[in-house]
Write a protein that binds this ligand. Structure first.
Ligand SMILES: [Zn+2]
Length: 151
């Protein structure tokens, strides 16, 4: 099942489709030599710019990095304000694979609770949810410059 992107409040279909397409493309470059669980991700920014990330594994497991975090870190590097984060990965237990908690927390830090998170399988079947619905009780981001706590 894939929900129609026009149903996403504030995010036009074009941005959603770009994020999905870039995540699917990125998956082919994943460095998943240990797990074989290839993951690619893409971010679309508020200004329409994009960036990608791939899973990068390491023989020392703790040094591996999820594709979504690579994409989010790249967005920070390139001063892109993410509004869509798409992840292309194999299904997990028959279900679309959404980002792990660590990646969602990073998304909350560098984007917002409204970040649209899209899970897509290699066949292009996808679903989405606002980050806030995936990480309901996460520690809130604190912005030192303003002193306010982001929602
Ligand atoms: Zn992750």
């Amino acid at each position: 099942m894939s929900r129609e992107p026009e149903a996403v409040a504030g995010i036009e279909e074009e941005r959603l489709k770009r994020a999905i397409g870039l995540a699917v493309e990125a998956q082919a470059s994943a460095y998943a030599r240990y797990s074989g669980f290839a993951m690619g991700a893409a971010v679309v920014g508020i200004d329409g710019r994009t960036t990608r990330g791939v899973l990068v594994e390491n023989v020392s497991l703790g040094l591996s990095m999820c594709a979504e975090r690579v994409a989010l870190f790249s967005a920070v590097t390139e001063a892109i304000a993410p509004v869509v984060l798409a992840l292309c990965a194999p299904r997990t237990g028959g279900q679309l694979t959404f980002p792990c908690g660590a990646c969602l927390q990073v998304g909350l830090e560098v984007a917002s609770a409204e970040l649209l998170v899209v899970a897509v399988d290699p066949d292009g079947v996808h679903d989405w949810a606002p980050l806030v619905t995936l990480l309901t009780r996460a520690p809130k981001r604190h912005t030192p410059v303003t002193g306010r706590v982001a929602t």
